[in-house]
Design a binder for this molecule. Structure first.
Ligand code: SUG
Length: 446
C-alpha cells in the first residue's frame, strides 16, 4: 500500500551578494537588467515572505542556505593570490567579469540545486539526490559542492536518503536539476512518472537543437540521473524541449511548464513533440488520469509567457483543487492576467491563483518556482530529516532579524571587490549555519 507523503518545498534564502551582472546569455531578464543596482535585503525579505505565506497555509516549507560569495577559493584556483583582500582587489582590476561570476547569489534558485526522486519511484526505496553540475554557466558551475554538503547535512540518514555527486562538469552532461524535471503522480506517496526535459542530444549533432541560445540540459545528463536514481523505464519519460522556445528565452523547462499530482500545465510550444510527451506520460501514469492544461499561443503568446513567467509558478494542492502561485508580473501583462481569470473560472484542476512579489529575483530571471526545490517525503522520511531548516514562526522571525542585521540595501558591480562585503558575508553565513543547525558547510568554515 502506498505510504502517506507530502511535497516539501525548500526555498533558497537569497544571499547578501545578490546583484545584477548579466551573467546568463539566453535568460532575457538577466541580460536586460545588467548593471542595475540590486537590493539584497529586499530580495531576501521577499523570499522569506513567500516562504512564510506558504508555511502559514500549512505547506511543509524548508530553507536552503545561500553560498559564500564572492567565492575567494575559486579566485585562488584561477591564480589570484595574496590575502583575501589582495585577491579581491586583483580580480576587480584584472577581470571584473570573473569577480562578478564568483559573486553571484545564484544558489537562491534551488530549482537548479538538484534532481530529487522520491522513494516511491526508486529501486532501493530511498530518496535520491543528484546536485546539478550547472556546467552551462561558470557562475553556476561552482554551486554543486556546497549544495551537496547542505543536502547531506539536512538529509543525513543513509538508510533513507542517497546522495550522488554531480555529473561530470562538461557540456555533454550539462545538468540543470529539477528545473528540467517534473513528477506526475496519483498521490505523492504512490509511484509516479518523472518527466525529464532536455534541450539537446549531446552525442548526435544531427538532432534538433536551438540556434540562438544555449541548450543547458542534455538527454545524456537526464538519462544518467535517471540511472543513478534507479528509476525503471516505466517511471521515466524523456522529452525534448522545443528549440524554438529556448531561442525565445525559455532557458529551463520550468519557464514553460509545471506539473503537480496528475496535472501538467504547459504552453503549446513547450515540447518538440507534444503528443508523444502526453502519450508517454499517460501510458505510465497509474492511479490517476493525466490532466493536461494546455495554453495556446493565441491565449498567451510565447513572449508574454517568458516576460510574465506564468509557468514559473508553483502548482500546489489545496483542499479544493490546485492553487497556482504566480509572480506579480503575471498581473501586469494583459494576455496573461486575462488568461488567469479564465483559468479559475473554468472547472479545471486549477481552482485558484495567488500572487507573490519576488521582483528582485525576477529581474535575474527567477520566479516563484525557480526559488524552490521540491522534495517528496513520506511520514518517516519527514521525521528523519533535520528539522532546523523547516520554517515556522520562530525561524521566520529569526531569519528576518538576521537579514536586517547583515544585508545591504544597495549593491552595484563596483561594490563586489569591497573586502568589507566579503567580511559581512562570512560573518552572516557563520551565524546562519548556527541558526539553521547545519554544522560547517562553507569552505571558510572547514
Ligand atoms: N528557471 C529556473 N529554475 N531558474 C532560474 C535561474 C536564473 C539564473 N539567473 C542568473 O544566474 C542571473 C545572474 C546574473 O545575471 O547576475 C540562471 O540563468 O541560471
Amino acid at each position: 500500500m502506498a505510504k502517506h507523503a507530502v511535497e516539501a518545498n525548500f526555498d533558497g534564502l537569497v544571499g547578501p551578494s545578490h546583484n545584477y551582472a548579466g551573467l546568463s546569455w539566453g535568460n532575457v531578464a538577466s541580460r536586460s537588467n545588467v548593471r542595475a543596482v540590486s537590493n539584497p535585503r529586499e530580495a531576501a525579505l521577499q523570499g522569506l515572505a513567500k516562504m512564510k505565506r506558504l508555511a502559514d497555509r500549512g505547506y511543509v516549507q524548508g530553507v536552503l542556505p545561500p553560498h559564500e560569495r564572492p567565492h575567494v577559493a575559486t579566485l585562488r584556483a584561477l591564480g589570484f593570490d595574496g590575502s583575501d583582500s589582495d585577491v579581491l582587489r586583483a580580480a576587480a582590476e584584472q577581470s571584473p567579469a570573473i569577480l562578478a561570476a564568483v559573486s553571484s547569489a545564484s544558489a537562491m534558485w534551488t530549482a537548479n540545486a538538484a534532481t530529487v526522486s522520491p522513494s516511491a519511484d526508486t529501486s532501493d526505496s530511498r530518496v535520491h539526490f543528484t546536485p546539478a553540475n550547472l556546467s552551462a554557466k561558470f557562475h553556476r558551475s561552482i554551486e554543486h559542492a556546497v549544495t551537496g554538503r547542505a543536502l547531506k547535512a539536512i538529509f543525513t540518514d543513509e538508510s533513507r536518503f542517497a546522495h550522488h555527486p554531480a555529473l561530470p562538469s562538461v557540456s555533454q552532461f550539462g545538468d540543470e536539476g529539477a528545473a528540467n524535471h517534473t513528477r506526475l503522480c496519483g498521490g505523492y506517496g504512490e509511484p509516479g512518472v518523472e518527466l525529464f526535459v532536455y534541450g539537446k542530444v549531446a552525442f548526435n549533432e544531427q538532432a534538433p537543437a536551438p540556434r540562438l541560445y544555449p541548450a543547458r540540459q542534455t538527454l545524456e545528463a537526464s538519462q544518467a540521473v535517471a540511472r543513478l536514481h534507479g528509476l525503471k523505464d516505466s517511471r521515466a519519460v524523456f522529452a525534448q524541449q522545443n528549440p524554438e522556445a529556448i531561442d525565445a528565452g525559455v532557458f529551463h523547462n520550468d519557464v514553460i511548464a509545471v506539473g503537480n499530482g496528475n496535472t501538467l500545465f504547459y504552453h503549446e510550444l513547450a515540447f518538440l513533440d507534444e503528443e508523444q510527451v502526453l502519450a508517454d506520460i499517460r501510458s505510465r501514469l497509474t492511479g490517476a488520469e493525466l490532466e493536461a492544461v494546455r495554453v495556446s499561443s493565441d491565449q498567451v503568446p510565447l513572449e508574454d509567457a517568458v516576460a510574465s513567467y506564468l509557468f514559473n509558478s508553483q502548482l500546489l494542492n489545496t483542499p479544493d483543487g490546485m492553487m497556482l502561485a504566480v509572480p506579480g508580473e503575471c498581473r501586469e501583462i494583459a494576455s496573461v492576467s486575462g488568461y488567469l481569470d479564465e483559468l479559475v473560472a473554468n472547472a479545471g484542476p486549477i481552482t485558484s491563483v495567488e500572487v507573490f512579489d519576488v521582483k528582485q529575483s525576477m529581474r535575474n530571471g527567477g520566479g516563484p518556482a525557480c526559488l524552490r526545490l521540491r522534495v517528496v517525503l513520506d511520514d518517516d522520511e519527514l521525521k528523519a530529516m533535520h528539522h532546523g531548516v523547516l520554517l515556522n514562526d520562530a525561524l521566520y522571525e529569526r531569519l528576518t532579524t538576521w537579514v536586517e542585521a547583515h544585508y545591504r540595501e544597495e549593491l552595484s558591480q563596483e561594490d563586489l571587490g569591497d573586502p568589507m562585503l566579503l567580511e559581512e558575508v562570512r560573518k552572516a553565513l557563520d551565524e546562519l549555519t548556527g541558526i539553521l543547525g547545519l554544522g560547517s558547510v562553507y569552505d571558510f568554515q572547514l
